[in-house]
Each structure stands twice: as structure tokens, then as C-alpha cells.
Design a protein around this ligand. Structure first.
Ligand SMILES: [Zn+2]
Length: 189
């Protein structure tokens, strides 16, 4: 092996060590945010076995099994929709002009969503994994935001919602909405 090849190899392996430590850092951050395996597998290049070990080490337990249902319905349910919209508005706002990668924007937006919700004395209904899934649905054009014709707020909706007649869950809540006595749920006055 020549000296140049040896040093090229050294720099390649240094790079891969660096990349690997970045991947671990990223996975650790996601685990701390409460991300499920699905998110970790999709957002890092680490092997499944590696991720399981990391998960156990950081979360102190095995990751929960089972996939999230692949459905947009959850985000369109009344109370869930209001939480999803709050998060997505923060996410869209942060995505503009910020030159950070998508997962960083997602994490930042999720932290801000949590702060907002706690300031309102609500339970954060939207988990980090759900938030991640929501952004994927929006990217895949399976969900979008539509402006409410009454309050002009932007809300998570199906594609091609008729914006002229669209009313959000706060302006036009379902009959049973806001009746829940559960702590941290949304109450209408
Ligand atoms: Zn409205």
C-alpha cells in the first residue's frame, strides 16, 4: 500500500467515523424527543440492531412495537386537528428562510408546539412521531393547510378543501366538542 493510499484510507475512515457519530447524535436526539423506531429508521442510516441498542440505552426501555396506522384521519379529528394545525403552522413558519435540515426544523417546531400547548394548560395531543408523520403527509400531498373562511387561521385539511366554505374546528366545532371533562383537553367557552 502506498503512502497516498494509506492517507486517503485514513481520511475516508475518519469521515465515516464522523458521519457515524453524527448519525448517533441524531438518533439520540430523536429518541429523547420520544420518536418511535419508524422515525429513527427513516431519518438515520444506522442499522436496526444499532438503533434498538441505542434506544434501550437512552430511553431505558425497549421501543414499542407496531407501526403507526397509515391514515390521515387522526389529523382531521376535531381536537387533534387543532393541535396538528398549531404544530404545522409553527413548522411552516420555521421552514421559511431557515437553512437547517428538515429534521432540525421538525425538532425545533415540536419543542415550540409543546411550549405553546403547556402555556395554554393543554395536554400535548400530538406526539413527536405523529408530528413527523404529519410533515410526511404534507410532503406527499395527502394533507395540506386551508384557511378558515371565518377566522382566517390556517388549519390542517384534506387536499382541495373548498376554501370559500371551509370553517375550522374552532369556528364550527362538532356538537359534542369541548364537553370533555378530561384535564388538559380543549374546552370551548
Ligand atoms: Zn376558524
Amino acid at each position: 500500500m502506498s503512502a497516498t493510499t494509506a492517507s486517503a484510507n485514513a481520511s475516508t475512515s475518519a469521515k465515516s467515523v464522523l458521519n457515524e457519530s453524527r448519525q448517533i447524535e441524531r438518533a439520540a436526539m430523536l429518541i429523547e424527543m420520544g420518536a418511535r423506531m419508524q422515525v429513527l429508521e427513516s431519518e438515520t442510516s444506522l442499522s436496526y440492531e444499532r438503533l434498538i441498542r441505542l434506544y434501550k440505552e437512552i430511553a431505558g426501555k425497549s421501543p414499542s412495537k407496531g407501526q403507526l396506522p397509515f391514515s390521515t384521519d387522526w389529523f382531521l379529528t376535531w381536537q387533534e386537528n387543532i393541535h396538528s394545525s398549531l404544530f404545522l403552522n409553527i413548522y411552516e413558519y420555521l421552514s421559511k428562510g431557515v437553512d437547517a435540515d428538515a429534521i432540525e426544523v421538525l425538532t425545533k417546531a415540536y419543542r415550540l408546539y409543546n411550549e405553546q400547548v403547556q402555556a395554554l394548560d393543554l395536554e400535548p395531543l400530538l406526539s413527536f412521531t405523529r408530528a413527523w408523520r404529519l410533515v410526511k403527509f404534507v410532503d406527499a400531498q395527502m394533507l395540506t393547510r386551508t384557511q378558515c373562511s371565518k377566522c382566517t387561521g390556517m388549519f390542517v385539511s384534506e387536499m382541495y378543501e373548498n376554501a370559500k366554505h371551509y370553517e375550522c374546528g374552532l369556528c364550527n366545532p362538532p356538537a359534542r366538542a369541548g364537553k370533555s371533562k378530561a384535564a388538559g383537553s380543549l374546552a370551548l367557552h
